[in-house]
Design a binder for this molecule. Structure first.
Ligand code: FES
Ligand SMILES: [Fe+2]
Length: 358
């Protein structure tokens, strides 16, 4: 397992950005504990529907606030009060901002030092996303916009879980520059290829004939920050979006989710349309699983033995470093990579790609 320091990523152990931390429906049965960024969190939905993310451990005696399914206040549905949560051990109550505002057996003022940290979260795309910043700064960009998520003609899948990877997410990002794995790994060698960097966004445009499905595949893929990949795809006549979200668990260990949404041919999708969308998702998942299996078994590529036609790996790694260094330095990384980059072996995108982008 290789760490952020092994990859020489910068000052921080974990990157800045928006990251998926749970599927929304995981909160249906009450609070859950999650672990990301080397930290334990309590995640729950308050009475108003608001999602709250707090540091996990109660200031009183260190109890994990979200990891009791058997305490009396939990089984009697008394743990959540409005948008606040009570610790299952002695019932101290925490506001969504993380302040202790009630101790059931003590009338005096609640200790200010009992406050635990609360984090910015957003619910979108059937998932919960947190803003993670090692400097404690507020978000400087939004989640990627996929407006068709709310369009009934577009069929939304649920998230696929392939498990956790003992691999640094750097190597997931490397995939964006990796034109020459598309043939051997995915059976769809690309015919054109382009990477583009624009500050915190990293694009890939590529297309080629897919051997297994006998159809032409055109994709516009982009990372919004280091954790959220969205790919707009046209496969033969079918349009879809694929999501691949990665979130560090510990240094050198990452969790990844996969999802797919596709446009039904009918404005009101039929049962057949839904079945076809499910098949499309399975196909996309199978393709992602091809990468995932390789990642699950590889040794770390701290240095890539790149041939002279694989220069984009180097640029992708520079782009990724901006998130491991103070935000004030991000401009230095943008200056080094911003713009379009091509490979000597493959032509840049043509009309097909422009059509997809429109
Ligand atoms: S440990 Fe949380 S209230 Fe006592
Ligand atoms: Fe891949």
């Amino acid at each position: 397992m290789a760490t952020a320091a092994d990859f020489n990523l910068g000052e921080f152990t974990f990157p800045r950005g928006w990251f998926m931390i749970a599927e929304a429906n995981e909160l249906d049965d009450g609070p859950i504990g999650v672990r990301f960024f080397g930290n334990d969190f309590a995640l729950y939905r308050g009475g108003s529907g608001k999602v709250v993310l707090l540091d996990a451990y109660c200031a009183h005696m260190g109890t994990h606030i979200a990891e009791s399914k058997s305490a009396s206040i939990v089984i009697n549905n008394e743990q959540i009060e409005g948008d606040s949560i009570r610790c299952p051990y002695h019932g101290w109550r925490y506001t969504p901002e993380g302040q202790v505002d009630d101790i059931p057996y003590f009338d005096g003022p609640c200790p200010k030092a009992g406050a635990i940290k609360s984090y910015t979260v957003v619910e979108q795309y059937g998932a919960i996303f947190m803003w993670h910043c090692p400097e404690g700064l507020e978000p400087d960009h939004e989640l990627p916009a996929v407006p068709v998520w709310d369009d009934p003609q577009w069929i939304n899948g649920s998230y696929d879980h392939l498990g956790e990877l003992e691999m640094h997410p750097q190597e997931i990002i490397d995939n964006m520059a990796d034109a020459h794995h598309l043939g051997p790994t995915h059976g769809a060698p690309c015919e054109y290829f382009e990477n583009e960097y624009l500050d915190h966004v990293y694009y890939q445009r590529q297309g080629g004939f897919h051997r297994m499905y006998n159809a032409y595949l055109t994709t516009l893929t982009w990372y919004t920050g280091p954790g959220l990949l969205v790919s707009k795809q046209r496969f033969g006549e079918a349009d879809g979006f694929e999501f691949i979200f990665n979130t560090p668990i510990d240094d050198g260990k990452v969790k990844a989710w996969h999802n797919n949404i596709s446009r039904a041919p009918n404005a009101e999708p039929t049962e057949q349309d839904v079945a076809n969308a499910k098949m499309a998702q399975e196909g996309a998942l199978a393709a992602f699983a091809q990468d995932f299996q390789i990642w699950s078994n590889k040794r770390p590529a701290l240095k890539i033995m790149a041939t002279p036609v694989e220069g984009n790996f180097r640029l992708g790694r520079i782009w990724y470093k901006q998130f491991y260094n103070p935000r004030a330095q991000a401009g230095d990384f943008h200056e080094k990579v911003n713009g379009k980059h091509h490979l000597r072996t493959l032509p840049p995108p043509g009309e097909l790609a422009a059509e997809l982008e429109a």
